[in-house]
Design a protein around this ligand. Structure first.
Ligand code: MN
Length: 460
């Protein structure tokens, strides 16, 4: 038997003018969604995520059902974003916990996550972050390319590598939590974790017993530290768990069915992933009641009221559809490409691929540009069918770039001094078209001056 009690608080924060976070706290399902993609898009995405999640999990409240509910929510948002021009590119995070029967027949909290909203479990005096953020900075920390401290201030910390509704498919991270009496589960949007340290979160969770007051206290802390984003907090207390031991509860990562559990390597800066923005706005500090609040006949139950799952109601849950794989032997690591090939997922053109081809093309293109620049960054004066003319290019051409005739001056070889002709036949380089034209004009002027000075018709 498991008895839960929850509290929820959501707030617009002190910098934004709308709240694109949504929360749900029903009897057995709890969730936080942090929408993004513009004013309207963010709200629609978060609302669609919560509504679809509740409907789907209601129909199939199992571990597999929670995953399917995420897939359904992803599809609902993706399809809506294709339908409505204004909603294109919208997405949302979604972190949810559902009470169900685990693979061992005991009650479990099944936890699912996509994005950078988080779940923490306070158990046996320990506060542990269960979820792993799907953000660029956190992925780099996991790959050992960055420290936690660097990630906290990294300009890319708000860029998500996974979100619900931004592509037709979604990978869902899933855990089974065997919760004990006295455990406390926290779901929250990044508006809390960006402002309040884990130590301070733990302090509030430790000291404020009422889950509604704890949720509100955490929102107040975030606002006190600036409240630069929407803040949403769901606190779920395990009043009675199946296990009353004082040991910290077990957390088991649920692998993706039919696959080995390899963290997906998302290319940095995947252009389809939305970036969080932090626009300014009027400070609004009121704590508004949470959206959501349950499913079906129990929807009126106010958050914070105890929910008792009687042993009989737990036993009537559908048979488990999911079997946890033994976690003793670590599965061989396979590359992302291998996994895609095995699952028959068509190869996606990633930013990395595009960059590779750009680079491959850029090298010869750059060489051609340099050759072209060298070949054409020159002008010369030469004789063209008896006329003096200015050419651009290298005389005789250079690596396929032939000189261009720019200006046939109209001055003929008979209108310049004969002693100049040898140089002209050899061609005379000039720094520009204008200099070439000037050179011809000077030669002609020289000729005319000499003609006038020379004695004509015996006069003089
Ligand atoms: Mn946020």
């Amino acid at each position: 038997m498991t008895v839960l009690r929850s509290g929820v608080a959501t707030d617009v924060g002190r910098a934004r003018d709308s709240n694109e976070d949504r929360a749900a706290a029903g009897d057995t399902l709890f969730a936080v969604a942090d929408g993004m993609g513009g004013h309207v898009g963010g709200e629609v995405a978060a609302r669609l995520a919560i509504d679809t999640l509740q409907g789907a999990y209601d129909r199939n409240p199992t571990v597999a059902g929670l995953r399917e509910a995420f897939v359904a929510a992803n599809a609902a948002i993706w399809e809506k974003s294709l339908e409505v021009e204004q909603l294109r590119g919208m997405g949302t995070t979604l972190t949810a916990a559902g009470l169900t029967v685990g693979s061992d027949g005991r009650d479990v909290m099944c936890l699912a996550n996509v994005g950078d909203s988080r779940a923490y479990l306070m158990s046996g005096g320990l506060v542990r972050q269960i979820t792993a953020d799907h953000s660029l900075a956190e992925e780099r920390v996991r790959h050992g390319e960055m420290t936690e401290a660097e990630a906290e201030v990294h300009p890319h910390r708000h860029i998500l590598t996974r979100a619900l509704g931004v592509s037709p498919e979604v990978d869902v991270d899933l855990w089974e939590l065997h919760v004990h009496t006295g455990d406390r589960l926290l779901l929250c949007s990044d508006g809390l974790t960006n402002e309040v340290s884990v130590a301070q979160i733990g302090q509030v969770l430790e000291s404020v017993r009422d889950p509604r007051k704890a949720a509100r206290a955490l929102v107040d802390r975030a606002n006190a530290h600036g409240g630069s984003d929407n803040i949403t907090v769901v606190v779920v207390d395990v009043l009675v768990g199946e296990d009353a031991s004082r040991e910290p509860s077990e957390v088991a990562r649920v692998p993706v069915p039919g696959t080995v559990n390899v963290p997906p390597a998302v290319p940095p800066g995947d252009p389809q992933m939305p970036t969080r923005t932090h626009p300014g706005g009027d400070p609004i500090t009121a704590v508004v009641p949470a959206v959501g609040g349950g499913q079906g006949p129990t929807a009126q139950r106010p958050s914070g009221e105890a929910f008792v799952a009687s042993p009989s109601s737990v036993q009537t849950l559908p048979p488990r559809e999911y079997r946890s794989e033994p976690r003793l032997a670590p599965p061989p690591r396979e590359t992302r490409a291998e996994r895609r090939r095995r699952l028959g997922i068509p190869r996606r053109i990633t930013l990395r691929v595009v960059l590779f081809f750009l680079l491959v093309l850029a090298v010869p293109a750059g060489a051609v540009a340099v050759v072209h620049w060298y070949a054409m960054d020159n002008w010369y004066v030469a004789i063209d069918h008896g006329d003096l003319a200015v050419y651009q290019g290298r005389q005789g051409g250079f690596l396929g770039f032939e000189p261009r005739l720019l200006d046939r001056s109209g001055v003929t070889t008979t209108e310049v001094l004969p002693r100049r002709l040898a140089a002209l036949r050899a061609t005379v380089d000039e720094p520009s078209l204008r200099a070439g034209e000037q050179y011809i004009a000077n030669l002609h002027q020289e000729f005319v001056t000499q003609q006038n000075a020379a004695p004509t018709g015996g006069g003089g």
